[in-house]
Ligand binder design. Structure first.
Ligand code: RP5
Length: 172
């Protein structure tokens, strides 16, 4: 089935087009795991109504997980979580003078009752958000579970290959 014809299960939302470079890492990993996704730019502060209505409509359109990435005073994930019962995963982006601590603390300090799952700051977080979403999707789609298992094997193999290369280089 063509990519555009597959119904998105994961939504990647980012606060600005300046976040796209990092959030592309999330998209790449979802492609690798063959999880259909959609992407949206919407800001908690600059376009609050658009953000709220997008979050309200997501579940009805078949979205199962929302990933939100933003930097600075990162309220996007929390605002989305306030408007939906879907699981929301936050990717704090280090693009301000405070180096991502601002985004991390804004995302992680949610009040009781409105959870947001917070990933690592930066690229590891962007990649892990995709894997974590796929793990949620795998609870009802075993083909995604099989691709996750394959990804784990590939990672282990890559580490072993690096170790072999290092041994050759040092004649060990
Ligand atoms: C956040 O402020 C955005 O998510 C972005 O990370 C940061 C800077 O946005 P721009 O000024 O580059 O649009 O809301």
């Amino acid at each position: 089935m063509a990519k555009k014809d597959r119904k998105a299960l994961v939504a990647i939302v980012m606060g600005s087009d300046s976040d796209l470079g990092l959030m592309t890492e999330t998209a790449r990993m979802l492609e690798q795991l063959e999880v259909p996704y959609e992407m949206e730019i919407s800001s908690a502060h600059r376009s609050p109504e658009r953000t709220a209505s997008y979050a309200r409509g997501a579940a009805g359109r078949g979205i199962k997980v929302i990933i939100a990435g933003a930097g600075g005073a990162f309220h996007l994930a929390g605002v989305i979580a306030a408007e939906t019962t879907l699981p929301v995963i936050a990717v704090p982006i280090a693009n301000s003078t405070l180096g991502g601590m601002d985004a991390l603390l804004s995302a992680v300090q949610m009040p009781g009752g409105v959870p947001v799952g917070v990933m690592a700051v930066g690229k590891a977080g962007a990649v892990n958000a995709a894997i974590f979403s796929a793990q949620i999707i795998a609870t009802f789609d075993s083909s995604v579970g099989r691709r996750l298992a394959r990804h784990k094997k590939e990672m282990a193999q890559a580490v072993a290959e690096k170790s072999e290369r290092l041994k050759k280089e040092f004649h060990l």
